[in-house]
Design a binder for this molecule. Structure first.
Ligand code: NAI
Length: 471
């Protein structure tokens, strides 16, 4: 007899495990299928985000930030430091400890919520009134299925990723030593974040980007400032390149490419990161066996509520349309569990924040000034720098600004854009304001604690009406 469940979730990344927890909270009998094995060969919950994505990268980002700070930025505070030494093995060990704590935390959540962890990879066998799903040699049955199988790094034809010399996000988080020369293909989120980590730890970093524009998804004011900061820090970024042959030998890697003017160039490096986007994990899912619709790029087709073409089958996170962000996947997981329970949840896809954990960080929500204008909207904008904020000066973090894009007629906030070392936390004020359909004046009239970085958000809101108080 096959084990039967009300809800089977395929995948235990941030989308899947949260969906499983919420479904269990709502009283369903839930199983979650996950067969991820970590570098030690142990089964682990948490998917890309916890094992080889958000969590380990942020651990290394913080460690490398501390290293750079101690090495270069404490003198301004009157603190002289000498003999700073890097113990990369210890730094990597700290990262692993955090990852283990987080992934074990999900095991705890599963036990607490009586969620069965089915160890292996799930594959649809048959549909109908209920779905049969194979996991290894076992088959389970469920009325509802939530597919949360995530994504994997996209690789380029002709470039073999061995995760030793040529790496995607997985290998790039586990270098055993700091490469003297690091090459990166793709100046997107991963390329910039990991390029920043290894630059701070001492690598000479060169990033090769196919598009002619830098950080095209950001507001232009932010991408310009980011370009200025990153190149000043020593990241060498070439735009508009066309990658050719890559030859990888232990003695060094050669990347042949044409620069923006079409001239043939060569990059010599010791390790190479390929970070050119991600592809959804739908092969091996048995979609054909049940007639689950998958688009030509491999994404499962869903509506605004993550419903697939099959009754009672939902898909969430990186495997469906929309940004490949853990928090988007989590919210879709909650929404789907609540829909199955007959509730009426909703996600506002226009208020999903983006954060790039570089130094300084970049965060935004809603439309850039350029996007708003392209959409035919008449806008007014307000901008305020951190360089004249007392708290930012005290922190020795004066770089960057907050920019607010508001509708010229209604004053409603259409977007907020921040570049600053604490942008990831500050952006939430913009998300909350937009979720409540707030106006720039609403932010301007809210009391903001002093002295805080959040005062810059308020000053930017005041600046929408050109009435900043401190400039
Ligand atoms: P990405 O889409 O952010 O950037 C890829 C970059 O590679 C683009 O700029 C693209 O133009 C460039 N590219 C594509 N083909 C190329 C080629 N042949 N030669 C040179 N450049 C090429 O993708 P990335 O950085 O791999 O990250 C994948 C996804 O993971 C992101 O879109 C994001 O959703 C997610 N992520 C989010 C993070 C966060 O929220 N902080 C952190 C890391 C990843």
């Amino acid at each position: 007899m096959a084990q039967t469940f009300d809800v089977v979730v395929i995948g235990a990344g941030p989308g899947g495990y949260i969906a499983a927890v919420r479904a269990a909270q709502l009283g369903f009998k839930v199983a979650c299928i996950e067969g991820w094995k970590n570098a030690k060969g142990e089964l682990a919950l948490g998917g890309t985000c916890l094992n080889v994505g958000c969590i380990p990268s942020k651990a290394l980002l913080s460690s490398s930030e501390e290293y750079e700070k101690v090495g270069h930025h404490l003198e301004d505070h009157g603190i002289a430091v000498s003999g700073v030494k890097l113990d990369l093995a210890k730094m990597q060990g700290r990262k692993e400890t955090i990852v283990t704590k987080m992934t074990k935390g999900i095991e705890f959540l599963f036990k607490k919520n009586k969620i069965a962890w089915l160890q292996g990879f799930g594959k649809f066998v048959s549909g109908g009134a209920s779905y049969r799903i194979a996991v290894g040699n076992e088959t389970v049955e469920a009325k509802y299925v939530i597919v949360a199988t995530g994504s994997r790094a996209r690789h380029l034809p002709g470039i073999t990723v061995d995760n030793d010399l040529v790496c995607d996000n997985e290998g790039a988080l586990a270098f055993p030593s700091v490469p003297r020369r690091l090459g990166v293909i793709g100046a997107g989120v991963i390329g910039l974040e990991l390029g920043s980590v290894w630059r701070r730890l001492g690598s000479e970093v060169t990033i090769l980007e196919a598009l002619p524009n830098f950080l095209g998804a950001c507001d232009e004011a932010v991408s310009k400032e980011a370009w200025k900061q990153f190149t000043r820090q020593g990241l060498a970024i070439s735009l508009g390149v066309k990658i050719g042959k890559v030859t990888a030998k232990k003695s060094g890697i050669t990347v042949e490419y044409n620069d923006k003017d079409g001239a043939a160039q060569k990059l010599e490096c010791d390790r190479l990161i390929v970070s050119v986007g991600r592809v959804p994990n739908t092969d091996g899912l048995g979609a054909d066996a049940v007639g689950l619709k998958v688009d030509p790029r491999g994404f499962i087709e869903v509506d605004g509520h993550c419903k697939t073409n099959l009754p009672n089958v939902y898909a969430i996170g990186d495997v469906v349309r929309g940004p490949m962000l853990a928090h988007k996947a989590e919210d879709e997981g909650v929404m789907v569990a609540e829909l199955i329970a007959g509730q009426k949840p909703h996600i506002d896809y226009d208020t999903i924040p983006w954060i790039i954990y570089t130094s300084p960080e970049i965060a935004w929500v809603g439309k850039s000034e350029q996007q708003a204008k392209a959409a035919g909207l008449t806008v007014k904008t307000g901008q305020f720098p951190f360089s004249i904020n007392g708290r930012a000066l005290g922190l020795n973090e004066p770089t960057g600004f907050v920019k607010i894009v508001a509708d010229a007629a209604t004053d409603r906030v259409l977007g907020m854009h921040i570049i600053h070392s604490r942008a990831s936390d500050l952006i939430q004020e913009g998300v909350t304001t937009m979720e409540f359909a707030g106006a720039a004046e609403d932010i301007a009239r809210i009391v903001h604690g002093h002295p805080t970085l959040a005062e810059v958000v308020r000053e930017a809101a005041l600046n929408v009406d050109k009435r900043s108080l401190n400039s």
